[in-house]
Design a protein around this ligand. Structure first.
Ligand SMILES: Cc1cc2nc3c(=O)[nH]c(=O)nc-3n(C[C@H](O)[C@H](O)[C@H](O)COP(=O)(O)OP(=O)(O)OC[C@H]3O[C@@H](n4cnc5c(N)ncnc54)[C@H](O)[C@@H]3O)c2cc1C
Length: 374
């Protein structure tokens, strides 16, 4: 089967890009798994926080807000965002970190005393929580609706999704990529690497140099709400050193040790130790006790060395396009990242939403300083 663009990976990255280019190009999305979104995308904490991540991530997140608040007609049946504040909490010993964070987005944060934080989340321990920053501009993202919305939009515009397509070979011949898989052989002049944790492996298979992606495991579990607490309106509570976080999830609490354990690309599973550390940190900072663990999981957050995404054509390999390295922010940045990638592939200037936030192609390029290609 021939196309103009083959996208490898049907997670949030591949699906969002497909939706942005399929009305102008013939698009094939090729996914190894039998369903889309099975890896990082299906395992996220579903947060939208403009105060999370480095400056490039924050800019792409701001540039995504409008799409997420007001997606195109017919994109989805329910809102993609629902309000969810974030509370960055600190003990006495790390107030300097809280000060630094406050200075980075002073227009967004409201500083609270320990008592002020406890008036919002009563389980925060009096002897532990010394102060907090309250960000009321955040949201929960309906990740499944967003992914399905992108896939539906892509298909409506003519894109084809091929599932269960384990590749046996990728090579370039006479200006075309030819991808041979268990589900058939496909060719196109442009190959997009949206393979998440597998991004560097895909590059190697295609004969391109890896950019040095680091997949890092993050684990989480669900536990019933603490006795007598209605947690549904609680904010996401993040430790200022990012050593744990918890947030309401359908009336329960989702708790994570906020770990970043280096992994090889894989179907990630939580270590018992990850869960034990999360319980310990949660119980140290709160008066609540974890009595039951209802569901536990882990996923890979995949970073480039400078923790910004890699978006752009490979400078040394014809027709090979990178859309990887979204780290722990690939849901909240997906619309802007995909619009940016689409503009680059279609040979247009960066979209206004993104340029206005000060992001340039150089910030995202595969051969920027600090990455392997440089
Ligand atoms: C625990 C956790 C919490 C998170 N919380 C948040 C959050 O609150 N907010 C946020 O914005 N982000 C969050 N993230 C990050 C977010 O989930 C990721 O950045 C995002 O899902 C990355 O999307 P992706 O499409 O690049 O990767 P993936 O979803 O992993 O998709 C890559 C796809 O490529 C496929 N693939 C691999 N190799 C090949 C190949 N050779 N050919 C074809 N297909 C291939 C894989 O099967 C996979 O489906 C979190 C992540 C984790 C793990």
């Amino acid at each position: 089967m021939n196309a103009d663009i083959i996208i490898l990976g049907a997670g949030m990255a591949g699906a969002s890009l497909a939706a942005m280019v399929a009305d102008e190009r013939r698009v094939l999305i090729i996914e190894v798994e039998d369903q889309p979104g099975r890896h990082a995308t299906g395992r996220s904490a579903a947060m939208f926080a403009e105060t999370y991540g480095n400056a490039t991530i924050r800019a792409l997140t701001r540039a995504s807000r409008q799409f997420l608040l007001s997606p195109p007609p017919g994109f989805c049946e329910t809102p993609l965002l629902s309000p969810r504040s974030a509370l960055f909490v600190s003990d006495e010993g790390r107030l300097a970190l809280l000060d630094r964070e406050e200075a980075s987005a002073s227009n967004v944060y409201r500083r609270l005393s320990g008592a002020g934080a406890r008036s919002i989340v009563p389980i925060l321990k009096e002897g532990w929580c010394a102060a907090a920053l309250f960000d009321e501009s955040g949201y929960d993202i309906d990740v499944a609706a967003l992914l399905q919305g992108f896939l539906r939009a892509a298909k409506k515009q003519g894109a084809t999704l091929i599932l269960g397509a384990r590749e046996t070979d990728i090579h370039r011949l006479a200006g075309e990529w030819r991808v041979t898989t268990a589900a058939g052989a496909f060719s196109a002049p442009t190959l997009v690497n949206a393979a998440g944790a597998w991004g560097d492996l895909v590059a190697r298979s295609a004969g391109a140099a890896p950019v040095g992606l680091q997949p890092k495991r993050r684990s989480a579990f669900l536990t019933p709400a603490p006795d007598g607490e209605d947690v549904r309106r609680w904010p996401l509570v993040i430790d200022i050193g990012e050593e744990f976080y918890f947030k309401p999830d359908a009336g329960q609490l989702l708790i994570s040790p906020a770990n970043e354990d280096l992994e090889v690309p894989c179907d990630a599973a939580p270590d018992d130790l990850d869960i034990a550390i999360a319980v310990d940190r949660f119980e140290n900072a709160t008066s609540a006790r974890v009595k039951t663990i209802r569901h536990r999981w882990a996923g890979l957050r995949t970073f480039a060395a400078d923790r910004s995404p890699v978006i752009g054509f490979d400078p040394n390999t014809d027709g090979f396009f990178w859309l990887v390295g979204q780290g722990g922010y690939g849901i909240q940045t997906a619309p802007a990242a995909a619009m940016t990638a689409a503009a680059m592939i279609l040979g247009r200037p960066l979209p206004d939403e993104v340029a206005r936030e000060g992001v340039t192609g150089k910030d995202l390029a595969a051969d920027r300083a600090g990455l392997n290609l440089k």
